[in-house]
Design a protein around this ligand. Sequence first.
Ligand SMILES: Cc1cc2nc3c(=O)[nH]c(=O)nc-3n(C[C@H](O)[C@H](O)[C@H](O)COP(=O)(O)OP(=O)(O)OC[C@H]3O[C@@H](n4cnc5c(N)ncnc54)[C@H](O)[C@@H]3O)c2cc1C
Length: 542
Amino acid sequence: GRTSRYVFVSVEKHPLAADDLVRAHAAGPLPDLAARLVERWPPLTTGLHTLSFEAGRVELLLGLGDARALLRELVLQADALYLDGFAPQRNPDLWDEWLLKSLSRLSVPGTTAATWSIHRPMRRALTSLGFETGLAPGFASKPEMTVARFAPRHTPQRPAGREPLAPGAKRAVIVGAGLAGAACALALSRAGLACTVIDALPGPAQASSGNPAGLFHGTVNPDDGPHARFNRAAALATQALLDELGVPHQQGLLRLETRLAPAQMQQAPGYVQPLSAAEASARAGAALGHPAWFYPGGGAVDPAVYAQAMLGASGATLRPDSAVAGLREVAGGWQLLDAGGQPIDDAALVVLAGGHDQLPLLNGCSDLAADLVVQRGQLTHLAKAPWQPGLPVAGDGYVIADGHGGAWCGATAQDGDADPALREADQADNLQRYARLAGLGEPPRAPLAGRVAWRLVAPDRLPLIGGLAAPGPQAAQLRLQPRRPGLLVCTAFGSRGITWAALAGRLVATMALGAPRPLEAELLDAVDPLRFALRRQRRAGG
Ligand SMILES: Cc1cc2nc3c(=O)[nH]c(=O)nc-3n(C[C@H](O)[C@H](O)[C@H](O)COP(=O)(O)OP(=O)(O)OC[C@H]3O[C@@H](n4cnc5c(N)ncnc54)[C@H](O)[C@@H]3O)c2cc1C
């Protein structure tokens, strides 16, 4: 049917490079499909990659890395498993009980398993894990193959914190028509839900996401910890979605490297390229003074245009000029209330994606706001810029050419500052940054111009994406923490809303419906809205 979706999950330690993929399919029977696969083929970085086809109805979730580590990190319930590792005798790691146990963890009663192999120890292990195992006619030269069905004597308890929050929902209401809300609307509508997006303002993307331009990019970090992995996964999702939706953007970006010498700059394959100061300067058209990372998949975009493109593609109904002042739990969902306590709307699934303006609403249903900071930021517009970089450049601050002889540069950051007016002092700071990046002795002079907006920032500089705690005692692990049904938050996008929105929306949709999560379990925990409460509890408990 229209809403049926198909997710194919594949784990691969030695993925083909794009060129090899082209060669492998050159004489294949499906040239059109192969070309589309090649078109979406990601940089071969460790972790999960979502390749989206047919407007999101078909997805390839590609896990690059060691199966033994990755299978443990997958959060999904499989309908069918297929083991296609090389010979068990030569490759025992892919067939042993430990690995098969990771697969059984992804199974529900009725999940099928199949493999070309009839290796006896493997079949015994499947049986001991609760699979009914048999033999069937094999393919090609194999007379027999193994088929199995998960029929455990005791159905294993699923972690409460990973349960779908609105499994049967047909409709969602999303609070906030900025980048966060637009991305949620797109992902949820692609999952088959009818979406309404409510905003207090007269149109979409008029608060923080109304900035005229901004950067998107991952980050590189030698230890490749949660921040680097989340930012990279998110930036890859953004790049793919901008291309898919045809959103105009500047492709490619330079980030200056001020700590490492060029010889120390190790590249992640296909993802970033280290450039010497001379090479970077040539691309940027200015004397940059530092080596830089070239991010082929990063760039700059007008966030409002991007948000509107997501909303347009979602087909969501936009309900402007409607401030949501409260929520009330009702049978089968939530009611959204106006300031007078009158219902505005109701739905089985409500997503709170309202950025910093939403804090009062968040306060009404959680204690999350206590951990968040609202930060004022001012961007500067130089109508006539002495330097318009050939591609966006980020370092201490950033510069983006505006395409009309000018440039945007920024940005300032002041916590807890509610002043909406442009300030000369902030503009002077931005022009100083511009001058330093451009290698100019003196900052340029320019009339006061730009935009002020606010960032909602979590203390660990990661977003809040997930469910709120159900009443009752707090669990000792996020994955075990029961959540309030039908309610998700998607917020605290800090200074990375453009980079994070696409992945965040997808996370919200998969958490609501119980679909395969596009991120590893460790990263789901890293963005869990309840992480601060858990850390507090741990500190209190010693
Ligand atoms: C100066 C500056 C520069 C930045 N540069 C970059 C950059 O280069 N790259 C990047 O990725 N990010 C950048 N950011 C951050 C980025 O702008 C934000 O992360 C992003 O816009 C946040 O999107 P959002 O949808 O969460 O919030 P918003 O865009 O603020 O949208 C929230 C919406 O929810 C609505 N709303 C809130 N509460 C309610 C309610 N109760 N009822 C109804 N509606 C409600 C609001 O009206 C608003 O329209 C920058 C931010 C600033 C301030």
